[in-house]
Design a protein. Structure first.
Lengths: 185, 403
């Protein structure tokens, strides 16, 4: 069972449909988290959503509670939420990507994707990870070809993953493959 | 005895309540209303799920309720409260049960449940029509720019990705709605045009946007995002190129496509939500629109209320993401939107429905005519351009008051 925390985004259900292709998926609103259901789920997904990770303290609580115990995957805001929980700074970026299709490249450190493999992805984010960012376990595994902004993270020790772009967007060419990889790794 | 055409003209000239809805190849006129229900957030769900199913009649076209849902009602339906605003106290929503349908096609066909429907009771009604040419605008360019800057900051902070600022033109008028409607149709016949004329108000609209087209378990939505002012020399091909090359319009559109895919995915079976036609150009008198068609297959046990709650208010006229963007708008909009960005359409007893998004509309109520228009603020928008776009969108309606 996959549990999706919906941060009231208008893209969450695109992601849900993608996930349902692989496993039964339970969705709850951020304001209505079902902890019992969460406990029963194997994978927890932090959905995209508006605003800053600091606006969503419950999600921070979920992360701290289940990090290392269950697989956690963050998309867009969810990606930033994971980083924020790992003491990263999430900051506004000069060029804003809403409805953009960008090339994103897998890095050598990636355990999920072939190094240098390029994906066409849809992006909806105002904020980004402030770098340099250092973590003992969390690695930046993809970057935007054009701007070099961090686009994916992997922590294979704690089983934590994230995409800054939207695998659920129609602008992402291999969305299904990307999600499958991360779900089945 | 009057023939069909004469009878129709007599109805138009009377003050009889009626509804006209554009359909493929013509118009449907609904009248002889047996029932009229004022909708509010308390009875809305019950109406959608129960009441509509009870409307059996021997004429299948009359197995329906026709009417509109105002913006506030649709927000309240998804549990978003609108703060106190300047308001006309107009109906939150109204639906009518017709007993006569007049189909205007090549010929005029009348179907009625009433035997003596032709005996039109026209009380000698003195129509005191008048209208002004000038309009007041609730947000002038400097107020608009301030609001624009405010929302641009919100975009930079990621609180919204796209937000539509609404402007309202109003004046003192009591229009001959049917006359205005046909004038409008002669210059701008849009696929979702409609008119409602009742004793105390009228609405006319040349909406181009279909929000819900549901037949059996198939649902289609056709969001519009992207507008180009049309000049005389311009061709559709030019418009197509413009949209393709224009990064801003293209990104704005992408966002709306993903949002509408999302809204359909809430009520459709996994894997059935598909883009039918991506980014086509539709041509209108004063403008071109960029349109996408998305289709899905509804889950079993999905109710009319589930569908309407997932799809309305239509995202393309609000911005994205829907909930937070409505909240941001509500914090700043001083004037009630009334019908604007609500929905008009019908629900059949068998569950089929068709609804538009109410834009390009005139609401005439309490001797006040109002026209609203909105355009999107995205990160690359310029306030001057968007301000002008609102005017272009309202223009063909404002022009009706000039002749």
């Amino acid at each position: 069972m996959i549990y999706v925390i919906d941060h009231e985004d208008s893209f969450t259900y695109n992601l849900v449909h993608l996930l349902e292709g692989f496993a039964p998926t339970y969705v709850s609103n951020y304001y209505d988290i079902n902890w019992r259901q969460l406990e029963k789920s194997e994978i927890i997904i932090f959905s995209p959503g508006p605003g800053n990770p600091s606006n969503y303290l419950e999600t921070q609580k979920v992360y701290k509670n289940y990090k290392g115990k269950k697989k956690i995957i963050g998309i867009c805001l969810g990606f930033q939420q994971i980083l924020y929980a790992e003491n990263a700074k999430i900051v506004p970026q000069k060029k804003i990507y809403h409805g953009y299709q960008s090339k994103v490249k897998a890095l050598k450190v990636s355990s999920l994707f072939k190094p240098n493999k390029v994906f066409l992805t849809g992006r909806y984010h105002s904020l980004k990870l402030k770098e340099p960012f250092n973590s003992s376990s969390l690695k930046i595994s993809m970057r935007c070809v054009e701007s070099n902004v961090a686009m994916a993270i992997e922590d294979t020790i704690n089983n934590v993953y994230g995409f800054q772009f939207h695998p659920d967007s129609f602008l992402t060419v291999d969305g299904k493959f990307l999600i499958q990889k991360v779900l089945q790794f | 005895m009057l023939n069909n055409k004469e009878y129709l003209n007599k109805i138009f000239q009377s003050n009889k309540p009626l509804i006209i809805y554009k359909t493929i190849g013509g118009y449907d006129v609904y009248t002889d209303f047996k029932e009229k229900i004022t909708l509010n957030s308390k009875n809305f769900k019950n109406f959608l799920n129960k009441k509509t199913l009870q409307s059996k009649s021997p004429i299948k076209e009359l197995n329906c309720y026709v009417g509109f849902f105002g913006f506030q009602l649709l927000c309240e339906n998804i549990k978003i409260k609108i703060p106190k605003q300047q308001s006309l106290n107009f109906y939150p929503g109204l639906v009518y049960k017709p007993q006569t349908i007049i189909k205007i096609r090549k010929n005029i066909v009348i179907k009625s449940l009433l035997k003596n429907f032709r005996q039109l009771q026209t009380s000698k009604y003195e129509n005191k029509y008048f209208y002004q040419k000038k309009f007041n605008l609730n947000l002038d360019e400097s107020k608009y720019s301030n609001l624009f800057k405010h929302f641009s900051k919100k975009i930079k902070l990621g609180e919204t990705y796209q937000i539509k600022i609404c402007q309202t033109y109003s004046n003192k008028s009591n229009i001959d709605a049917v006359n205005f409607f046909w004038k409008l149709m002669s210059i701008n016949e849009s696929p979702e045009s409609f008119l409602i004329r009742d004793k105390d108000y009228s609405i006319i609209s040349c909406s181009p946007e279909t929000l819900i087209e549901k037949k059996k378990d198939v649902i289609i939505t056709k969001p519009i995002a992207g507008t180009l002012n049309r000049t005389k020399k311009m061709t559709k091909k030019f418009a197509n190129n413009f949209f393709k090359k224009n990064e801003k319009e293209s990104k704005e559109h992408n966002m709306i496509v993903d949002m509408e895919r999302n809204d359909l995915s809430r009520i459709c079976n996994t894997g059935t939500v598909k883009i039918n036609k991506l980014k086509t150009v539709e041509q209108y008198r004063d403008l071109y629109h960029y349109v996408t068609e998305i289709k899905g297959k509804l889950k079993k046990h999905i109710t009319n209320h589930d569908i309407i709650s997932a799809m309305m208010p239509g995202g393309s006229v609000i911005g994205c993401p829907k909930i937070n963007t409505i909240k941001l708008l509500n914090g700043r909009e001083k004037l009630n939107r009334n019908i604007y960005t609500g929905s008009f359409g019908y629900i059949n007893a068998n569950g089929d429905m068709r609804f538009n998004i109410i834009i390009r509309s005139i609401l005439n109520y309490k001797k006040r005519a109002e026209i609203s228009a909105a355009s999107g603020v995205v990160i690359d928008s310029k306030p001057k351009r968007e301000y002008k776009e609102n005017y272009i969108k309202a223009k063909s309606l404002l022009d009706l008051f000039k002749t």
